[in-house]
Write a protein that binds this ligand. Structure first.
Ligand code: PMP
Length: 421
């Protein structure tokens, strides 16, 4: 049995909409925070606050220690060494950092060592039709800037990737393959090994959007065999404003930076600049130190629960949620009920004849918080003939009761709007 951790999360004790207990099922958008994370951030500000990597005083030293210890802990959480982890404001910025590094190299920046990242006409970038916009638009823009072509692995009618297209879409011309580890709409876990094997066989660099996997599954970037991975603290019980880009050290040291400023440099003259090695070359400006400390506390908290146990809890919730949804007349589950490598605690649904916003309102009225709209995955919805959906998504604090409350109210939605099923 997974432990009941609800009491660790102060926000979950509040009530909503005229005293109703809160059923929080919007963790795919952002998760709630345990005391351990809130206290770690408060402790940093109360006792150790200072700017990192500069200043000769004790607080600057303590802040730098806290920042670098946090880096080691978050890196270890994904099975990586500390010098391969770059702090970013979030996954979106991490993915942009990689795409913009390729763009800078394509413009001739970064010297000889950056040439491996230079793209031009005839080169291809591959994504999937399931991507969150954060892992689609940066690659579209990179293609537009460099003359490269964007291609994608399509989705079947059930909303899962058409792996049979791997061979024809990923070819000798492919330079980058960027794809999500877990869909933020269907919750389906991607067969990373299959995609990496094909990408490697043609010498392409792989970029993994690990936003919806690192918070819910044991993730080892070394075992996955990808080249870059991006994730955000706020979806893994940590604070907003911080996330990480992980990259293989040889790639990070060669990728040109694309955000410029203080602290990331070796020597600056009026004519030119030389950069520090990674990760510092990607971290100009004042860093989000308290947030990094909070992210490390979140990793410790999740590690304490055990990521295998977290994943099993999420799979259990997903099964109840998805089977339950698939049995409600007039409600369509987006994606399959189950999948070969698993489905996490998410269910996005479309209710026949009812707009997702109206579904969300009925649920909210009963104290149930869900996400409505396209969830930043318009192509996936369009492929399935939808403009949006209503998404319930859980985390470690989500209980079977939460899931059942959602299913119970969802079942009333068609008749509430006079839709006959
Ligand atoms: N990728 C996926 C799969 C996501 O679910 C999200 C957040 N919804 C992102 C990327 C972007 O993350 P962030 O907003 O934290 O940068």
């Amino acid at each position: 049995m997974f432990p009941d951790v609800r009491r660790d999360f102060p926000l979950l004790t509040r009530t909503v909409r005229n005293g109703k207990p809160l059923v929080y099922l919007d963790s795919g958008a952002t998760s709630q925070k345990p005391h351990a994370v809130l206290n770690a951030e408060a402790d940093f500000y109360q006792f150790h606050n200072g700017a990192v990597a500069r200043g000769a005083h004790l607080l600057a030293e303590e802040a730098t220690d806290a920042f670098e210890t946090a880096r080691s802990e978050v890196a270890a959480f994904i099975g990586a060494p500390a010098d391969e982890l770059v702090w970013t404001p979030g996954a979106t910025q991490a993915l942009n950092l990689v795409a913009n590094g390729f763009a800078a190299a394509s413009d001739g920046l970064g010297g000889l060592e950056a040439r491996r990242f230079a793209l031009g006409e005839g080169d291809e970038i591959v994504v999937t039709e399931a991507e969150h916009h954060a892992n689609l638009i940066p690659w579209q823009q990179l293609a537009a800037r460099t003359g490269a072509t964007l291609r994608w692995i399509g989705l079947g009618d059930d909303g899962t990737l058409r792996y049979e297209e791997l061979e024809s879409v990923i070819t000798e011309r492919t330079r980058i393959v960027a794809f999500t580890h877990v869909s933020n709409v269907t919750g389906v876990v991607t067969d990373v090994a299959a995609i990496v094997a094909r990408a490697r066989s043609v010498g392409a660099i792989t970029v993994l959007d690990a936003c919806q996997s690192v918070p819910h599954l044991p993730v080892s970037v070394a075992n996955l065999g990808v080249d870059f991975a991006a994730f955000s603290a706020h979806k893994m019980l940590g604070p907003t404003g911080v996330g990480a880009l992980w990259g293989r050290k040889d790639l990070l040291d060669a990728l040109p930076p694309s955000i410029y400023g203080g602290s990331a440099i070796k020597i600056v003259t009026m004519e030119e600049t030389t950069w520090l090695d990674a990760p510092q070359r990607f971290e100009p400006g004042t860093q989000p130190v308290a947030q990094a400390v909070g992210m490390a506390a979140a990793a410790r908290y999740l590690g304490g629960l055990g990521m295998d146990a977290v994943a099993a809890h999420e799979a259990h919730l997903a099964a109840i949620l998805r089977e339950g949804v698939s049995e409600i007349p007039g409600v369509r589950l987006i994606g399959p009920v189950s999948a070969p490598l698993g489905v996490l605690g998410i269910a996005a649904v479309a209710v026949d004849g009812v707009h997702p916003h109206d579904v969300g309102q009925v649920l909210d009225d009963r104290g149930i918080a869900v996400r409505v709209g396209h969830h930043c995955a318009q192509p996936l919805h369009r492929r399935l003939g939808l403009t949006g959906s209503t998404r319930a998504s859980g985390h470690v604090y989500t209980s079977e009761d939460d899931v059942r409350a959602f299913l119970e109210v969802l079942a009333t939605v068609p008749s509430f709007f006079g839709v006959t099923v």
